[in-house]
Ligand binder design. Structure first.
Ligand SMILES: [Zn+2]
Length: 286
């Protein structure tokens, strides 16, 4: 699943490709991709056509375009969640449609924006003028802090972790605490701060929390610098794969030697998700 770095990279690409462009039409090939309004077909395009995209921003793993009409009045938002396999691709109109194309947006240009999604969990919302994205997408309102914002401090982390009896790996995946961190960058942050993924959150020392705060920021920034992580499906809007997988500490490296100590990276299941760690560098909490 695309995480903060991948969504941030898509956001940058969308701004380069579509900022300032007016939506002239489009096509929905899979009805259930449109999460709002429902039923969508006519209302979706009726509301959208003629509006232009001011810019795209990211909140957690959501992409949100601010829309305006031809009098430059704020005219609502278009929001996208890529979920497992969603891709937003800026393609020439004559390029053949892949069978996984779910929605197409036209801008009166040679290129169009295609939402391609193999697993079909991805969603698109149109938020009407005068309403906030949070009022339609309730999970958006419940998101925790942005880890690359100034508010993500050691004190914030200590405050949130000191009350939790859960394993730290599960806490890092909780979007209501830190928005945008998923399985890849949680494993990477825990390795970089030398914390075992099964450590109980409230047992972490202040020094652990300082290391973890720094590591979360570091690995997310490194993920963005490397163009994200491509496991199978992540692509930039121009179709380029990410390189983080090639420099990852532990994620996707089970059975391979640790880059620090040479011991073998292990993989375990935690809350249904695979967790990668080095048993030597990340001492077991028990
Ligand atoms: Zn190691």
């Amino acid at each position: 699943m695309p995480e903060l770095p991948e969504v941030e990279i898509v956001c940058t690409g969308l701004n380069q490709a579509t900022s300032g462009l007016t939506i002239t039409g489009g096509q929905v090939l899979l009805e259930r991709t449109i999460a709002h309004p429902v039923p969508h077909q006519e209302l979706f395009w009726q509301s959208l056509v003629g509006l232009h995209i001011i810019n795209w921003s990211r909140r957690g793993k959501y992409l949100i375009a601010s829309l305006a009409n031809d009098r430059d009045e704020d005219s609502g938002f278009l929001a996208v969640h890529l979920r497992m396999t969603g891709q937003l691709l800026w393609l020439k109109q004559y390029e053949p449609l892949s069978k996984h194309t779910r929605v197409r947006f036209f801008f009166g240009q040679i290129q169009e924006l295609r939402f391609v999604d193999i697993r079909t969990f991805g969603k698109i919302w149109l938020i009407p003028a005068g309403m906030s994205p949070e009022s339609i997408i309730t999970s958006l309102g419940g998101l925790g802090i942005e880890p690359l914002s100034a508010g993500f401090t050691v004190d914030y982390l200590i405050d949130r972790l000191s009350k939790r009896n859960n394993k730290i790996k599960n806490i890092l995946l909780d979007q209501s605490i830190i928005a945008g961190v998923g399985n890849i960058y949680a494993d990477e942050s825990l390795f970089e701060s030398r914390i075992h993924p099964e450590t109980i959150a409230c047992s972490l020392t202040k020094s652990n929390c300082q290391d973890l705060q720094k590591s979360v920021v570091n690995v997310l920034k490194r993920g963005i610098e490397q163009g994200g992580t491509t496991i199978r499906d992540f692509r930039t809007v121009t179709g380029i794969n990410g390189n983080y997988g090639g420099v990852a500490w532990v994620y996707g490296r089970a059975g391979q030697p640790c880059r620090i100590c040479g011991g073998l990276i292990q993989k375990i299941k935690l809350a249904g998700r695979s967790s990668h760690f080095c048993p030597k560098c990340q001492a077991s909490p028990t």
